[in-house]
Design a protein around this ligand. Structure first.
Ligand code: NAD
Length: 252
């Protein structure tokens, strides 16, 4: 049987990269997918493709850094499908690898508001109906920047460390209420976020990206495969884990 039969998944950042890959895979595994993104065109395309492959999906516009936008998007999803079983907080942006002295306050606020506060907004909007059912799964997309320096700049690394802590606290507080929360810490993965960096990257950047045990950067589908594992019953005893999927980046 499909691994997510009868499940409803709400995925942020579903218009591109890892969010898109999860949307497609979860739909293939039987989930009804609420594909949420600030990029409406991107998410529409993904939903059309899911539907033409025989799946069920709904596109919703969301700005994860805006509470009323988040609540409207979650309500639209709930109106359509009546429940959300799986939440994947995937939306995020890079900070240009800026050290703190080169991080103006507006950049700091933007990164924290989208990459960290956005996770809090969306989780708080989805969680109550999960708790009511006594069942739900949350997957937060962190980064190797949740473990080590150099995967982003000051704001990005602070936000991703924040996601790791937030995920552990979610497990601690709501695991006993039937909520399974885990995070994935991807290494360098080819997506909309990194395509240009990988195409135009200096020898130094590409050396850093490729000098991992895997010897290459990853693909969005390789993150989605682990997200599926975390979304499904296969990971039934996993709570509060921050799972590196990084070609071995953090063991270098
Ligand atoms: N690509 C990598 O190498 C890498 C490595 C580690 C972690 N990550 C993390 O993976 C996640 C997914 O990124 P990706 O690599 O797939 O990049 P991506 O740019 O392909 O996708 C990110 C998506 O998030 C959406 N988004 C941005 N701001 C938003 C907002 N305010 N509200 C709603 N949606 C918004 C974008 O429109 C885009 O569709 C991010 O959290 C990123 O930090 C990426």
């Amino acid at each position: 049987m499909a691994k997510l039969h009868n499940k409803v998944a709400f995925i942020t950042g579903a218009g591109s990269g890892m969010g898109e890959a999860q949307a497609r895979l979860f739909a293939k595994e039987g989930a009804k997918v609420i594909a949420a993104d600030i990029n409406v065109e991107g998410v529409k395309k993904v939903v059309e493709q899911i539907k033409s492959a025989g799946g069920d999906a709904l596109e919703v516009e969301i700005d994860v850094s805006n509470k009323s936008s988040v609540e409207a998007a979650v309500n639209k999803g709930l109106q359509q499908y009546g429940k959300i079983d799986i939440l994947s907080n995937t939306a995020g942006i890079l900070d240009g690898y800026a050290p703190t002295l080169e991080t103006p306050e507006d950049l700091w606020d933007k990164i924290i508001n989208i990459n960290l506060k956005g996770v809090y907004y969306v989780t708080n909007a989805v969680l109550p109906q999960m708790i009511e059912k006594g069942q739900g799964t949350v997957i937060n997309i962190a980064s190797i920047a949740a473990f080590v320096a150099g995967g982003g700049g000051a704001a990005y690394t602070a936000a991703k460390h924040g996601i790791a802590g937030y995920t552990k606290q979610l497990s601690f507080d709501y695991g006993p209420k039937g909520i399974k929360a885990n995070a994935i810490a991807p290494g360098a993965v080819e997506t909309g976020m990194t395509k240009q960096i990988f195409e135009e990257g200096s020898a130094d950047v590409m050396e850093a990206v490729n000098s991992v045990p895997a010897g290459r950067y990853g693909q969005a589908e390789e993150i989605a495969n682990v997200a599926l594992f975390l979304a499904s019953e296969d990971s039934s005893f996993m709570h509060g884990a921050i799972v590196p999927v990084d070609g071995g980046w953090i063991v270098k």
